[in-house]
Design a protein around this ligand. Structure first.
Ligand SMILES: Cc1cc2nc3c(=O)[nH]c(=O)nc-3n(C[C@H](O)[C@H](O)[C@H](O)COP(=O)(O)OP(=O)(O)OC[C@H]3O[C@@H](n4cnc5c(N)ncnc54)[C@H](O)[C@@H]3O)c2cc1C
Length: 459
């Protein structure tokens, strides 16, 4: 087994914790995680507000692609899970349509439904016309103008906050449901719903403590001496002196560096990186997110019973997605009858600024308009958190930029992985992120190839 020497891990989110746990499993003792947040979990943390409602940083559910990851979670959260069948919906013209929208057109008015079907037919006929050059063209080519205009364009604009022709189509994989026209027509005639699509149609959620309980559980499997939480953020990674320096001037030596901090910031913190790398890092784009939690008491509106989450393409609301979080576990609210909660996601970007001062009022206004909060319920708590880094945007030039950066970093024994460490949206969920870390450790110690985070040099 290869000895990586002193390993410093920047960040105690799922990626950093999984890397640390794997090192610990191999019996490697010489490692330390640094993170300015006082608790582990990064974007997958949870918070309990002063009224006793638990909040995640946006809708987080577990639908893992990997056995190793599932085993880690089972060990980390022994107090139990609740299994759910996804109940996801799109709020379109004052009605809920099952997700994915394009598979459930029978819910629409006849006029809208015909426009969607005609658009899809035209798209199928015109498909041989040439390769879509970006995500916007791919949506139109795949679903047709009707579905694209009604839902997919506005919803994706709200979610990404970037013009869709600036996004590539390379990340799509199994993330967007591609409809089958013949099947759609027969479902309309037979009045059948089709909500089975997708890898997350069954998911699990911790019984207690929200998503953050998972990562608190993983952290508890790692001896405390390896965790330096609530420290100042790393501001410099010095390859010549082989130290990292934090904002409080504390320094830590390293032989191997694993970083999960945002890659653009990492590049600006490594003085030995060539200018070409810094320029490449400027190509990396991200959006930000506002999470608003509304803790309520009263009757849960009938329309929310059993729902997991809902998408909102319409322009009356600032939000793109709302999770009915109290439906995930009875322990997400204060104990006692009549408590329930909604968690709202609002994206912010240079193309989609958010007026923070008016945000809560704007959201509440839309929630009432969308009939999600009625006079039957009293708002007990309003929780607001903004995260600067929310989605790594799969821009057209992303892969070239990543390639240029990763080669130079690895020459200096710096390995950047995870949601914003790796900057690949398509492999940036918790399972992907943690598995990137596990595979990286297996590569460094055992020489095994990485399969989830790949670039040319890694193979
Ligand atoms: C709105 C939203 C919804 C999501 N939904 C799901 C879902 O349903 N299912 C799913 O599996 N995943 C979901 N995710 C993705 C999930 O949050 C990520 O996969 C996961 O958090 C990535 O882990 P990470 O460790 O790579 O990054 P992070 O969680 O971002 O952790 C990085 C850590 O690095 C620390 N750090 C940053 N800069 C520095 C520095 N300079 N010095 C030291 N430390 C630093 C941060 O404080 C942070 O703790 C969602 C994400 C968002 C934003």
């Amino acid at each position: 087994m290869h000895d990586p020497g002193r390993v410093i891990i920047i960040g105690a989110g799922p990626t950093g914790l999984a890397a640390a746990h794997r090192l610990h499993e191999f019996g490697h003792q010489d490692f330390l995680i640094l993170d300015p947040r006082p608790t582990p979990g990064g974007l997958a943390s949870s918070y309990v507000d002063e009224y006793g409602f638990t909040w995640d940083i946006g809708g987080h559910v577990q639908f893992s692609h990997y056995e190793t990851y599932d085993r880690l979670l089972d060990t980390a959260v022994p107090q139990g899970w609740i299994n759910h069948r996804r109940s996801a919906w799109i709020w379109f013209k004052k009605r809920f349509v099952p997700y994915p929208f394009q598979n459930n057109l029978r819910y629409l008015d006849e006029q809208d439904r015909e426009r969607c079907l005609q658009g899809l037919e035209a798209a199928i006929v015109g498909r041989s016309g040439g390769e879509a050059r970006n995500f916007k063209e791919w949506l139109e080519d795949t679903f047709g103008y009707g579905i694209a205009e009604a839902v997919l364009h506005p919803l994706n604009l709200k979610t990404w906050g970037y013009p869709l022709d600036q996004l590539s189509k390379n990340w799509i994989g199994d993330r967007v449901a591609v409809p089958d026209l013949k099947l759609l027509r027969s479902q309309i005639v037979e009045c059948e719903d089709d909500d089975r699509w997708g890898p997350n149609r069954i998911f699990r959620y911790p019984m207690r403590g929200g998503t953050g309980a998972i990562w608190a559980g993983v952290a508890s499997l790692i001896p405390e001496k390896h965790l330096h939480l609530g420290s100042a953020a790393v501001t410099e990674v010095n390859e010549r002196e082989k130290i990292v320096r934090c904002g409080n001037q504390a320094t830590y030596p390293w032989d191997t560096l694993i970083s999960t901090m945002p890659l653009d910031i990492l590049c600006a913190s490594v003085p030995t990186l060539p200018t070409s790398c810094r320029l490449a890092a400027e190509e990396l784009k991200h959006n930000s997110i506002h999470i608003l939690g509304f803790g309520l008491k009263g009757n849960l509106p009938e329309c929310l019973k059993g729902k997991s989450w809902m998408y909102f393409p319409m322009s009356n609301s600032p939000y793109s997605r709302i999770t009915a979080l109290s439906n995930y576990s009875p322990h997400m609210t204060p104990q006692g009858p009549g408590y329930w909660s909604l968690m709202v996601e609002v994206c912010e970007s240079p193309f989609k600024p958010v007026n923070e001062k008016a945000l809560i009022e704007d959201v509440l206004h839309a929630l009432r308009e969308d009939l999600l909060i009625t006079s039957e319920s009293r708002i007990i708590s309003v929780w607001h958190r903004r995260e600067e880094y929310s989605y790594p945007i799969p821009t057209l030039n992303r892969d070239n930029a990543l390639q240029a950066i990763m080669i130079e970093l690895e020459k200096q024994n710096i390995f950047s992985r995870g949601r914003f460490g790796g900057w690949k949206y398509e492999v940036s969920n918790q399972d992907h992120s943690a598995m990137q870390a596990i595979e990286l450790i297996d590569r460094l110690l055992l020489g095994h190839p990485e399969t989830i985070y790949r670039h040319k040099e890694i193979g």
